[in-house]
Design a protein around this ligand. Structure first.
Ligand SMILES: *Cc1c(COP(=O)(O)O)cnc(C)c1O
Length: 363
């Protein structure tokens, strides 16, 4: 049988386990699964299908992501987080039965100028300090009054905000943002939502009527000081490849582009078929490792487009064809992200087209 080189394995049982974990953290809240950016690299349609009947709604960043879900017959409630910017896009919301975030006065004007056949479901987003999307708290009462009077808007308006620093457990700006959100919306009865993954875990008061987990659904820890395992999360994506060559280097010989790594003794070298062309980070620091035969094996030299090299000193029994874990089961993506001076989000999102996908589902 042909063996796959670079590929990901997606564990959908782990996805469902993580959903159940979110429900344990936030038992009173409804769960809106964030599946933007191709479900953080796990496959938009595939993840939406797997989540059916397990979550209360789905969220994507952009209208076209939502339309793709509808075209794949996903019938769940879907929220478009970035909103829409013209009348045609409003019509598309209606056509595809999508909910939308209203985050600027322009959206209000757009709704007022429209004459929609079905009242549009909206979430009004308030900027409580992140200074990205959302109306200012000072605008809240005026804008809310306009929305309440607008015949194109459904009556049950919901309210949301987004945190800038929820992953930093001792950063009081999250408490301040939450306080401002609650103070701004205290006179209204509609459902509220503020928590992303980090807040669901670290800021219990932020759980409110709806939570919006992304990263934790995929089994990565949103908090640097706590591992996914400690939080009870299981990785959904594992990235694997194979050893395609083994060779012996004499002392003094160099490895890879730029000859950056030099053998200070006779060295057994392994070549793994994966590189930045697959989404493995090129700028990984010295000290990073892969998993081979259950052992940590250090990466040496530069990562190239299709290959990287490993030091087989501690794994001299390795054979060509052996499966190598780059991240996932047994090697948290968070750890790789640390060595790559990035965050797990970018690694998961960055898996490229050529990487094959194997789906495992316990059901
Ligand atoms: C991406 C996003 C989330 C999910 O964030 P995670 O950190 O992945 O849990 C929640 N809410 C909004 C508005 C987002 O853009």
């Amino acid at each position: 049988m042909m063996q796959l080189a670079a590929h990901i394995e997606l564990n959908l049982a782990a996805l469902k386990h993580n959903v159940a974990k979110v429900r344990e953290y936030a038992p009173q809240s409804q769960l809106m699964a964030v599946i933007k950016a191709n479900a953080y690299g796990h496959g938009l349609i595939r993840i939406a299908h797997a989540l059916q009947n397990h979550v209360d709604a789905l969220a994507v960043a952009r209208l076209d992501e939502a339309i793709r879900l509808r075209q794949a017959d996903i019938a769940d409630t879907i929220l478009v987080l970035q909103g829409v910017s013209c009348a045609d896009e409003l019509q598309a919301l209606q056509q595809y039965h999508l909910d939308v975030v209203v985050h600027t006065e322009q959206h209000v004007a757009l709704l007022e100028a429209s004459d929609l056949p079905n009242p549009q479901n909206i979430w009004l987003k308030i900027d409580t300090g992140m200074n990205r999307l959302g109306i200012r708290p000072e605008q809240f009462s005026v804008i809310l009054a306009r929305l309440q009077q607008c015949s194109s808007v459904a009556t049950a308006i919901k309210f949301m905000t987004h945190f800038a620093n929820a992953d930093v457990v001792h950063d009081m700006s999250t408490a301040k943002q939450l306080q401002l959100f609650n103070a701004t919306t205290q006179s209204v009865s509609g459902a509220k939502s503020s928590a992303n993954s980090a807040a669901i875990i670290a800021w219990p008061a932020s759980r409110q009527q709806w939570v919006r987990p992304g990263l934790m659904l995929y089994g990565a820890s949103p908090i640097r000081t706590q591992s996914a395992a400690e939080l009870g999360l299981q990785p959904v994506m594992s990235l694997y490849s194979r050893l395609i060559a083994i060779k012996r280097l004499a002392k003094g010989e160099c490895v890879g582009y730029g000859g950056q790594w030099q053998a200070d003794q006779e060295t057994l070298l392994g070549i793994v078929s994966i590189g930045y062309g697959d989404g493995y980070p090129r700028h990984i620091r010295h000290g990073a490792s892969v998993l081979l035969r259950g052992r940590r094996v250090p990466i040496i030299g530069r990562v190239s487009m299709d290959m990287l090299t490993i030091d087989l000193q501690a794994c001299s029994d390795a054979n060509i064809g052996d499966k190598v874990t780059l991240w996932g089961e047994g090697l948290p993506v968070e750890e790789v992200a640390e060595y790559a001076e990035t965050i797990p989000y970018t690694l998961l999102c960055g898996i490229t087209q050529r990487v094959s996908v194997l789906v495992k589902d316990a059901e």
